[in-house]
Design a protein around this ligand. Structure first.
Ligand code: UDP
Ligand code: MG
Length: 319
């Protein structure tokens, strides 16, 4: 029997967890040669998610869970789940059924039959996105393809099934600022993609606002590219060149036509423009510096408070 670990990060998903559990167990009943290890990661939910996990783990030994001491973000939850998983193959997926478990048998079959290490799902079209979000999404993928040597597949979801070997490679990346799409791509290995129409969320709400997504996109660029820093040097040199040509023009003009005092409005514009550019690139450098700062602190990426076989509270009660 092959053991497949399915890792599911959850943040305020009390409604989705039981539905997800039903669906995934249904799918695994059809996979005769595989056993399931279902790992829920409670990312500091404020609702009854943890209670749902506790009761599922009690009923069904295939269910395990990890609970964080607070919300650490989906990336941290994924890492925790990957480290906790014991299966021969590992799948990561969302709990809201936007990553349909029905695809798992097909993904598993592909992994067995083909010379690949990972099968992922990608969104065929972003039909449900607003026009503005679709525009920014396509800009994002175009920009990151230009500035980063790590390939980011357009529309790739976090839903994937991979070998233990690939999972271990992802865990070995110790960085604090984790952008999973990039990490999975960085470690290499052969990944095949299945395009599908992403269904709407079954229950609950998306945790991503436009602003959060924007910040996430900037983080991805900072984490996987240093091109913005190179760009600042390049623009600096360009401006020096322009300044040099302007000096020449002004000197020649003064020598040939004399020097009528004037042109201060244009001077003011130039000063504002150039200081704007300078501030912008200070900001860019600041982004990298702040990430470096956070990495050097070596803070834990997540803190586990409870697991299915270690609950500090019940232990205390027993004593
Ligand atoms: N999630 C999480 N921690 C967070 C935010 C989200 O573990 O801080 C989980 C969430 O419970 C879900 C998955 O990440 O299982 C994807 O979240 P969501 O559906 O909100 O994202 P979307 O599908 O809208 O991109
Ligand atoms: Mg979702």
């Amino acid at each position: 029997m092959t053991k497949i670990s399915v890792i599911v990060p959850c943040y305020n998903e009390e409604e989705a967890i039981p539905i997800f559990y039903q669906e995934i167990t249904k799918v695994f009943k059809t996979m005769k040669t595989c056993t399931l290890e279902l790992i829920f990661v409670n990312d500091g939910s404020k609702d009854k998610s943890l209670e749902r996990m506790r009761s599922l783990a009690k009923e069904d030994k295939k269910v395990r869970y990890l609970s964080f001491s607070r919300n650490f973000g989906k990336e941290a939850a994924l890492l925790a789940g990957l480290k906790y998983a014991e299966g021969d193959y590992v799948a990561v997926m969302d709990v809201d059924l936007q990553d349909p478990p029905e695809y798992l048998p097909k993904m598993y079959k592909m992994l067995l039959e083909e010379e690949i290490d990972c099968v992922g799902l990608k969104t065929a079209s972003h039909k449900d996105y607003s026009l503005l979000r679709r525009f920014f999404t396509s800009c994002y993928y175009k920009i990151i393809a230009k500035v980063s040597s790590t390939e980011m597949v357009a529309g790739a979801r976090d839903f994937r099934l991979m070998t233990k070997q690939m999972k271990d490679a992802v865990i070995s990346m110790q960085e604090y600022n984790r952008y999973s799409k990039g990490l999975f791509s960085f470690v290499g290995f052969d990944t095949k993609w299945i395009a599908y129409e992403t269904p709407e969320r079954k229950v609950g709400k998306s945790k991503w606002s436009f602003w959060k997504l924007f910040r996430y996109a900037i983080e991805a660029i900072v984490a996987f590219s240093t091109t913005p820093l190179v760009l600042s040097s390049f623009i600096g040199i360009l401006f020096c060149l322009i300044a040099f040509i302007m000096i020449l023009v002004i000197v020649i003009k003064t020598l040939v036509w004399g020097d009528p005092v004037g042109g201060w409005p244009s001077l003011a514009c130039i000063i504002i423009f150039v200081s704007g550019i300078q501030l912008f690139f200070f900001g860019v450098i600041g982004e990298y510096l702040s990430k470096t700062y956070l990495e050097t602190k070596k803070r834990p990426i997540y803190i586990v408070k409870e697991t299915e076989d270690a609950n500090p509270k019940t232990k205390m009660k027993k004593k």
